[in-house]
Design a protein around this ligand. Sequence first.
Ligand code: G3I
Length: 305
Amino acid sequence: ADTLGSAATAKGRYFGTAVAAGHLGESAYATTLNREFTSATPENEMKWDATEPNRNTFTFGAADQVVNHALGQGMTVRGHTLVWHSQLPSWVGGLGTADLRTAMNNHITRVMQHYKGKIHSWDVVNEAFQDGGSGARRSSPFQDKLGNGFIEEAFRTARAADPAAKLCYNDYNTDGVNAKSNAVYAMVKDFKSRGVPIDCVGFQSHFNSASPVPSDYQANLQRFADLGVDVQITELDIEGSGTSQANSYANVVRACLAVSRCTGITVWGVTDKYSWRSSGTPLLFDSNYNKKPAYDAVLSALGGS
Ligand code: G3I
């Protein structure tokens, strides 16, 4: 196998990337995307501010562009994301409790119904826990008004809206064993024991020198998998360059391959040119779409060449 996607397929995994609708018209971007990747995650186009900027007015144009492109290329699609404190239009924060509950469930239902049958996995709830050692929930309109039960309610609503989609909880700084991942672990364990519908946990995996690939990354993925959920690496990027960046990427791929329920890896962008880390070089292709040492390391770790 001589592409990321074909090598991952040979290992029973997908290899995906975040995709921005606005770049699909750039031929080198589309060529690289189509050649290398078997899964796509709209980078911003499915977020609440993009899909329901005003209450009950749904706008799917940009997300449809990404979904249609991906499906047309035979890729699967990750839906990102239904309930998140960020990129939330201001009208949501202004609602009272009963109204907010209705709006959350309506948003989940309408967006998932629009894409019914087209989405492999949905990030139903994103980043609901705080950083630091408390293991507490993060303040958000949902948390503050609906309380801890909002996550469970979101997952139950999501299951009803598209029963075939895998339902994921997604977060960052949960990649190793720490207070935050322990809190997510406790939630998933509780959900599984009570039959709350959850199928997968996403580990964003945004790494840099201050937050490198944890030494217990594989062990952490495995303990979640042992709860009976799939695990996915959902937003991988690693700051740096050259051999050290390549080694870190290879470690991530090896960790996923060592966990049978690690079903796929998504990098958070095709090229350094458009990374959200505007001054960084965290991805597998440079700004001219040349393969970096990190690309070769990933391909080789996947068993390709
Ligand atoms: O679309 C507007 C455009 O109209 C405007 O002219 C321009 C001016 O700043 O802003 C554009 O919106 C930007 C949007 O990306 C689309 O490019 C926002 O300002 C910018 O904040 C937004 O950043 C995104 C960020 O999420 C927002 O939180 C990044 O692209 C996206 O990569 C990043 O992705 C997140 C995941 O969803 C969740 N996990 C963390 C990850 C990295 O932060």
